[in-house]
Design a protein around this ligand. Structure first.
Ligand SMILES: *[C@@H]1O[C@H](CO)[C@@H](O)[C@H](O)[C@H]1NC(C)=O
Ligand SMILES: *[C@@H]1O[C@H](CO)[C@@H](O)[C@H](O)[C@H]1NC(C)=O
Ligand SMILES: *[C@@H]1O[C@H](CO)[C@@H](O)[C@H](O)[C@H]1NC(C)=O
Ligand SMILES: *[C@@H]1O[C@H](CO)[C@@H](O)[C@H](O)[C@H]1NC(C)=O
Ligand SMILES: *[C@@H]1O[C@H](CO)[C@@H](O)[C@H](O)[C@H]1NC(C)=O
Ligand SMILES: *[C@@H]1O[C@H](CO)[C@@H](O)[C@H](O)[C@H]1NC(C)=O
Ligand SMILES: *[C@@H]1O[C@H](CO)[C@@H](O)[C@H](O)[C@H]1NC(C)=O
Length: 812
């Protein structure tokens, strides 16, 4: 039914597409004994795909491949001669009389063949609009017998309509293999295939080592990919019957272009084409975080990304080797506290998890959960069971034999797993389950959010909904109790030498900050709330609420608090002070080499990603600036000062506030002018920070003899003139040019005028870490602010030039 629908819609697309009218000159097919030479190409009838010769990097390595024709430049989706490139540009593709596609080099020797040769009488090779290159034996009626198709031999890309999986009769497999590197299409070390053992699941392997497991298909999605959500743009399906097992997706919306790629560094990425920006946007990736690492926590261990450390034993289990476990070597996993006694065992429900490895499992599609339990109970080697298909209240039975590995707790769309336990463990789990529920209710659907990010346009800016008042949101975010060590005032007084002037590090937003040393030698920083600061109290509470729940190596760590005569917050001490003090000080600046700066750029990005997406609260910092980035003794950056941060819940990614807080020079236009803040306002500030880190200059107060732009404007100007390297701090002696250019490019994507154009932090991290082509940035926001804005005002920053830009974005 679904397939029929999608074909119908694809038909509609072509019937209404303007491209049908302009039948292109290029051919879409060749017949027996015809050929195309290097330089020539086949173009599919609708003009969507092109087949031709290309090289990546070295001109002495040429390949025959298929790429998008209408959108993007040279996004290659399939390569014929991956392992045997042509040595020069004298290649020929030919259909033999017997029905094989062959690729010949300058000497006329065959370097690649489709091996589809049969006794074809009238073979034709045709490039279809789906991106499939087919060879058919065409009879008089025009249809024809399929001899071969490129969709059966995927390289690193899965297109709509392709199957990933296997024929169960013949064992023939279709799977993705990464390119060796970004410019070498020969098969790399990574594969992404469906593993048929037990209940099938997709495995991402490096060589033979499993790196990531999708989890079993539960009727709606893979169990371990909770953000795979039904959407109006493409449908996906997993088919498991006696003949075959496969996954495929189909496009439902004709304007939506999407591809799934296994990158050369082993990440499965779904990209979608955005017309407006003329670029590919990263839509989803796996693995998404550390907990996606296969079997990270070992047998009966469970990974939870919000916790530090991320691994713990399932309730009722204890580390096999506690010493190793304590030094974060979790590979040996956990063992039962109480041994099983088959006949008397019970099953305990572990809710909200990614189901364990099904490599050694058994299933029945029709049984219900009760039957499933009974069968499992009778068989002493059955360790756990669950529902197979979660649709319509759940059907089917999935049972595990042997140790349970690769379990993680999910914040959304997790499943219930019933694990065999000794009868005496029955009451242990009650408290765990209620806690879990609260946690789930707080969780936010990443899938929905990422969908908005991709598909919301600037128009929405103007149609801003009146959001729930923030007070309400915060109270929801604050439901849970704090667990914060309490320090005794006396202890802190001794540590800070009675808050002496020599120990004073500086003056923060709500009072002085002191350095101290605890009795055990640990160095601390102590923030003291000034007794007369009313604004301080609000921000102080905010800080405690947020930071006490956050744990990440790129966030400053709160060690405890003290609420006696004095109100104090105690943090880990950061010996290298703030980025601000290092970067904008003539002497300190020299000591910041490129690799340190690049490390800082990446570290801040990871911290921010954690705030926006991976932490269990979702937080907008709102005051990201060099002064709020602290540096530890290894110059690792730590985001600090959550006094202005806001928590957001549900599907909300944007809100409005009357009280604009933040720092001038880092604030995004929509925030400074309209008071609208979103995670994209943080992305803007991050972009400014990156430019400051690269150049060693402040955005505000930047001065250039040639023009009146601020640093953002200067960077933009250099970028458009292809002179970005001139932005690098003259005090940096040696640097990696590619990293510098990439950092500047990414920063300019962050400071784009329209929030929806700016990348999300997850996309950004991938951009920083890969060599993939980046979309071109559009004009930044606030880049010639000095001309437009009076100094140091916060409210009512309405200016005609900016207004013009904003209103031009009204709905079309
Ligand atoms: C292709 O070439 C071969 C050898 O020259 C010839 O025998 C055959 O008839 C040709 N086939 C077609 C369809 O022209
Ligand atoms: C073609 O043949 C010559 C001589 O046998 C050889 O030197 C050359 O490398 C060959 N070229 C290709 C492209 O194989
Ligand atoms: C075609 O067959 C030849 C010889 O058996 C083999 O070396 C080659 O790899 C095959 N080509 C493909 C694309 O499978
Ligand atoms: C699996 O392969 C067999 C043998 O080639 C073929 O008859 C069958 O149609 C294939 N099944 C599917 C679903 O393609
Ligand atoms: C592939 O893996 C092997 C061994 O695991 C390693 O030696 C080799 O460097 C890897 N190649 C690439 C391109 O990563
Ligand atoms: C699955 O369970 C149903 C109902 O219990 C049973 O009739 C059927 O034979 C089972 N199928 C398999 C393959 O065990
Ligand atoms: C338990 O189930 C497994 C898998 O279905 C089966 O191989 C084994 O024979 C069963 N053992 C008993 C005692 O029924």
């Amino acid at each position: 039914m679904r397939t029929v629908l999608s074909f119908f819609m694809i038909f509609l697309f072509y019937a209404s597409s303007p491209y049908v009218a302009q039948v292109s000159e290029a051919l879409d097919s060749i017949t027996a004994n015809q050929s195309i030479q290097d330089g020539g190409s086949l173009v599919s009838a609708g003009g969507t795909f092109e087949l031709g010769f290309f090289s990546t990097g070295l001109p002495s390595r040429r390949y025959l491949g298929i790429w998008y024709k209408k959108v993007a430049t040279m996004t290659v989706v399939w390569v014929a001669n991956r392992v045997t490139p042509l040595a020069d540009s004298v290649g020929t593709l030919k259909v033999t009389g017997s029905g094989s596609l062959v690729l010949l080099n300058a000497n006329g020797s065959e370097i690649w063949s489709s091996n589809s040769s049969t006794d074809a009488r009238n073979p034709v090779a045709q490039l279809l609009d789906s991106g499939n290159l087919v060879v058919k034996d065409v009879d008089g009626t025009g249809s024809g017998f399929l001899l071969w198709q490129s969709f059966d031999y995927p390289t690193d890309t899965l297109l709509a309509g392709m199957k990933m999986g296997r024929n169960r009769t013949t064992g023939f497999e279709r799977y993705l293999t990464s390119w060796k590197s970004i410019d070498d299409p020969s098969p790399g070390n990574f594969t992404y295939k469906i593993d048929p053992n037990g209940f099938p699941q997709s495995l991402l392997r490096q060589g033979s080592v499993v790196k990531f497991r999708s989890g079993p298909w539960n009727g709606v999605r893979y169990s371990g990919m909770p953000n795979l959500d039904p959407n109006p743009y493409y449908s996906y399906e997993f088919v498991l019957d006696d003949d075959e097992i496969y996954y495929h997706f189909e496009l439902l919306d004709s304007s939506f272009i999407s591809r799934l790629v296994l990158s050369s560094n082993g990440i499965v990425q779904r990209f979608t084409w955005i017309d407006r920006t003329q670029g590919w946007t990263l839509y989803l990736t796996v693995p998404i975080d550390n907990c996606d690492t296969y079997a990270l926590c070992g047998a009966y261990g469970s990974c939870k990304i919000d916790e530090s450390p991320v691994c713990r034993c399932l309730t009722g289990f204890t580390p096999r080797y506690s010493q190793e476990w304590d030094i974060l070597d979790w590979s040996h996993g956990c063992v039962r506290k109480t041994p099983l006694d088959c006949g008397k065992d019970i099953f305990v429900k572990y809710p909200g998890v990614k189901l364990p490895d099904t490599g050694n499992s058994w299933f029945n599609k029709t049984m219900d959960l009760q039957e499933c339990k009974e069968i499992c109970k009778k068989n002493c080697s059955c360790m756990a069971y669950s529902t197979l298909d979660i649709r319509g209240g759940g059907t089917g039975c999935l049972q595990w034999f042997g140790e349970l590995i690769d379990i993680r707790e999910l914040n959304q769309n997790g499943q219930d797993l019933y694990i065999r336990m000794a009868a005496s463990e029955s009451d242990l789990l009650q408290s765990k389950q209620t806690k879990q529920k609260l946690f789930i209710s707080l969780a936010v659907s990443f899938g929905v959010v990422s969908l908005c990010l991709v598909l919301t346009f600037c128009i929405l800016q103007n149609k801003r909904k009146k959001m729930k008042h923030l007070k309400g949101d915060n109270s929801e975010c604050q439901k849970e109790d704090l667990e914060l060590p309490v320090f005794d005032l006396g202890t802190v007084a001794i540590a800070t030498n009675n808050f002496s002037e020599e120990n004073k590090l500086g003056e923060g937003g709500f009072g002085p900050v002191y350095k101290g040393v605890l009795e055990d030698g640990q160095e601390i920083a102590v923030k003291k709330l000034s007794r007369y600061s009313r604004q301080g109290l609000h921000e102080f509470k905010n800080e405690v609420l947020f930071i006490s729940k956050l744990q990440h190596r790129n966030l400053v760590k709160l060690l405890g608090c003290c609420i006696q005569e004095e109100v104090l917050l105690i943090y880990e001490f950061m010996p290298n002070n703030s980025l601000d003090s290092c970067l904008f000080d003539q002497n300190q600046r020299k000591l910041l080499g490129w690799s340190t700066r690049f490390g800082i750029i990446n570290g801040i990005a990871r911290g921010l990603l954690y705030l926006h997406q991976d932490s269990r609260l979702r937080i907008i910092h709102r005051d990201l600036k060099a002064g709020n980035i602290l540096l530890d003794n290894e110059m690792n950056p730590k985001i600090s000062d959550f006094g202005s941060a806001k928590c957001f819940v549900g599907n909300e990614t944007e809100a409005n506030t009357l009280r604009v807080v933040g720092t001038y020079g880092y604030m995004s236009p929509e925030y400074a002018i309209d008071g609208v803040f979103s995670i994209k306002s943080d992305v803007f500030s991050y972009g400014v920070l990156v430019l400051e880190t690269v150049s060693g200059k402040r955005n505000r107060g930047f001065c250039h003899p040639d023009h009146c732009h601020n640093l953002v404007g200067h960077a933009w100007r250099l970028f458009t003139e292809d002179r970005s390297m001139e932005l690098v701090d003259e005090l940096v002696e040696s640097y990696n040019t590619a990293e510098v250019l990439r950092s500047i490019h990414v920063a300019l994507l962050c400071v784009q005028q329209c929030p929806e154009d700016r990348p999300s932090m997850s996309a950004l991290i991938l951009m920083l870490g890969s060599d993939n082509e980046l979309p071109l940035p559009k004009e930044p926001g606030f880049y010639n602010e000095r001309k437009l804005l009076p100094e140091s005002t916060f409210g009512h920053l309405v200016h005609s030039p900016n207004e013009v830009t904003m209103t031009s974005l009204s709905p079309r």
